[in-house]
Design a protein around this ligand. Structure first.
Ligand code: UGA
Length: 429
């Protein structure tokens, strides 16, 4: 790949920032990464990767010579014209996006006719316009602005960077938009070049639609349970319709992660703040919250009062291949189980460290078989591969009860049943 590629700055070294930095370094850019967290920068300089993301450590090591880490924004400004902003925009208490980290960057940027702020962080529609107004008010109108939302999924983030479904560039038709498009050109992805507000809305609408799809199939699953249909068959039959598509029709115990919850809420409030009541998204959120709790009634139906019962939770992270616990369904499930007086043992291949601080009351085990030992019931919470490959005869022997609740519809029901266990999925016959 060309060594002539333009250098870039990346401000914020979380999931999005690090993957963006690694991806562009792989494409041949020198990348100047900046973060206010000095300890994190020190770790990155030592080659330590603060998050678990498959392949990230390797690619950061391979292209380490092109990656520079600093707490000083000045270094990025000196070496790069395009500054990708990938700082956190968590929800505030009101559910709106907290833009304080974004504004700290905007404040820190000096006046310049040579630089562009390229927004990767997910921000409400209208943020680009307000930042450009701030630039004008503070004599920084020379600073170009581009919205370039990120669509990567945790756990497959590098793959998503290398082969994006599309690249969205929202800009004012100037050099900065052209430059961002040039940076992504080698990926040969479909390009959507549009205005800033539309790019911001594309990101929120995409996440809100995916969340809607999941809540929809979860409600179908719940109706399947009442009517004797099987949601896996239903999803297959529905998803083969080209207009619907097979992805994100996996029923389960609700979506987790930081993005869907945050972006659904941000979009709902963005609409409300503009005087529009986005009714559909209220239902999407409510369905998801209730879905996380449905496992409790399934357990109660089979094992009765949960007080004193031993329940094993297999997996904790909000999805496989990540240690991210933000918004994980396991948090609600464990909280409810403990409130009912159950004794909860658990095992997750990578999320234990994150989980321990959030849920110190659980019994953390070193392996799945240890977690299920003496359990009255087992709940699959996160579909890590190693759980799908469990020997169910061994599980049956270790358990004291017989119930397996497949919270992700990911297990081989026949294999579970063949071991003499009682299989209960979500929306399964
Ligand atoms: C999501 C989007 O998929 C990305 O495109 C987006 O860039 C990202 O948010 C973001 O805004 O940063 P992510 O949160 O990493 O990505 O994870 P997903 O793979 O979308 O899964 C989210 C949750 O939905 C998980 O808990 C997963 O188990 C659940 N899910 C997913 C289902 O319950 N059913 C499905 O069919 C698919």
């Amino acid at each position: 790949m060309s060594a002539e590629r333009k250098p870039i700055g990346v401000i914020g070294t979380g999931y999005v920032g690090l993957v963006t930095a690694a991806g562009f370094a792989e494409l041949g850019s020198e990348v100047w990464c900046v973060d206010i967290d000095a300890e994190k920068i020190e770790r990155l300089r030592r080659g330590e990767v603060p998050i678990y993301e498959p392949g990230l450590e390797q690619i950061l090591a391979e292209h380490g010579s092109r990656l520079h880490f600093s707490t000083d924004l000045g270094e990025a400004l000196e070496h790069a014209r395009m500054l990708f902003v990938a700082v956190g925009t968590p929800p505030t208490y009101s559910g709106d996006a907290d833009l304080s980290a974004v504004h700290a960057v905007v404040d820190a940027l000096p006046p310049s006719n040579e630089h562009a702020l390229v927004m990767k962080s997910t921000v409400p529609c209208g943020t680009g316009a307000s930042i450009q107004r701030i630039f004008r008010e503070r004599g920084k109108e020379g600073m170009a602005y581009v919205s370039c939302p990120e669509f990567l999924k945790e756990g497959s983030a590098l793959k998503d960077f290398r082969r994006p479904d599309r690249v969205v560039v929202g800009d004012n038709g100037d050099w900065a938009g052209d430059a961002v498009i040039g940076l992504y050109a080698p990926l040969e992805a479909p390009l959507v070049r549009t205005d800033v507000a539309s790019a911001e809305m594309i990101k929120l609408a995409a996440n809100a639609f995916l969340a809607t799809k999941i809540s929809f199939i979860n409600e179908i699953a719940n109706v399947c349970e009442e009517t004797g249909a099987d949601v896996i068959e239903v999803a297959r039959g529905v998803g083969l319709d080209d207009r619907i598509g097979p992805k994100f029709l996996q029923a389960g115990i609700g979506y987790g992660g930081s993005c869907f919850t945050k972006d659904v809420s941000a979009l709902k409030l963005l609409a409300a703040n503009s005087g529009y009541h986005f009714q559909l998204l209220n239902a999407v959120t409510e369905v998801n919250e209730l879905q996380k709790r449905r496992v409790i009634s399934k357990l109660q139906r089979h094992v009765g009062d949960l007080a004193g019962k031993r329940i094993a939770m297999l997996g904790l992270a909000f999805k496989p291949e990540t240690d991210d616990m933000r918004g994980a369904s396991s948090l609600v499930l464990a909280g409810r189980l403990l409130a009912e007086g159950a004794i909860v043992s658990t095992y997750d291949p990578v999320a234990e460290h994150e989980a321990r601080t959030l849920m110190p009351q659980l019994n953390y085990c070193d392996a799945a078989l240890e977690a299920v030992t003496e359990a009255d019931a087992v709940v699959l919470v996160t579909e890590w591969r190693e759980f799908l490959e469990l020997d169910w005869n061994e599980v049956a022997e270790a358990m004291s009860g017989a119930l397996v609740v497949d919270g992700r519809n990911a297990l081989d029901a026949a294999a579970v049943r063949a071991a003499g266990l009682l299989y209960e999925g979500i929306g399964r016959r």
